[in-house]
Design a protein. Sequence first.
Length: 403
Amino acid sequence: MQHKKLSLLIILGSIMALGPFSIDMYLPAFQSIADELGTDTARVGYSLTSFFAGLFIGQMFYGILIDRFGRKKPLIIGYLIYVGATLGCAFAWSLDSLVVFRLLMAIGGCSGMVISRAVVRDVYSGNEIAKTFSQLVLVMGVAPIIAPTIGGFINSWLGWRWVFGMMVLIALANLALIIFLLPETKGPDTDISLKPRNIWLEYKKVLKHKSFVLYAIAGSFAYAGLFAYLTGSPAEFMERLGFSDTQYGWAFAFNASGFILGSQLNRLILKRHNELSASLRSVFLQLAVATGLLVLSYMHLAGPGLTLMSTFLYLFMLGILNPNTQALALRPFVKEAGRSAALMGSIQMIAGVLTSGMISALHGNSTPTMAIAMVACTLISLILLVVSKHSQITDSNPELQSV
């Protein structure tokens, strides 16, 4: 039994890791892409924004498809779309073409993000959901640690186009795992209609849960702080602080380890506190770190060491916060696991797209846009979690009252 559980966690972690690989691996190549395509790194950031937009669009489709047809078939189709679009990125002839192919990459690749969450909800219940999400971070967490480093080396040795070639190989390896080893955790449900009006009604059922709305939006804005870091860090570290692409890769790996460490500490925290309590404590500390970075940036005191430590601590707190808000949002759903997982993911992407787009549009050497966005996202998350604590959700749920 433990062997099967471990095997499932490794497969799901590998599937979920495709998203971080797709985002993080090409970040050290921003300058090379900008030079070859005749633009700047801030505009290359639009390819990251389009990827986030694709994650939003795609997840809404997969949410209903995986509840209708089961988990595996939509996942396989999504991976095939991803492989084709990634090859398009490798041969992109302009920034516009890269942005479009990145959009299609995300539409295909987000199938794994939705289905992994749905499978966890299929198999687990109670606080095992949050603990399993924390374990998945450990399994998939190798991606953000090694992806920028690998991307930096490939970019230096072979050029940025081969970075996308590596993504294709990773996707093909995952596809083999999906076809031959991933079990089907939910069969088709022919009662689910694919008519647009009925699809909207299915999602509307999920949105009627007040707990889902509050926790999903709170978690999404907290997670948008990660998007602020992803979009703003190439300019912050390479342009302002003068890191090389290889140094940036190592810095990115260091910060990613903070996210993993936080998620593993969360498993211990849940032995003494419930998910809401852990979320509130972590978001308070996260806001303090982000505010400190913003103040120091405006005072021109945020050098390499301080910036690196601040982003590490910020992501460490996010590692505690993220599994708990996901678990709180998904807990009410069993039959609607796919739809709720997709809707939660799409809300995350809306927050991420807004944050990423703002940073790309307001980019400037004298404005700490990354820190501003991190503070704003964390503050919104804190407000919503405080509201959830004092709302009827906690009043009617004894499990969440001891905060």
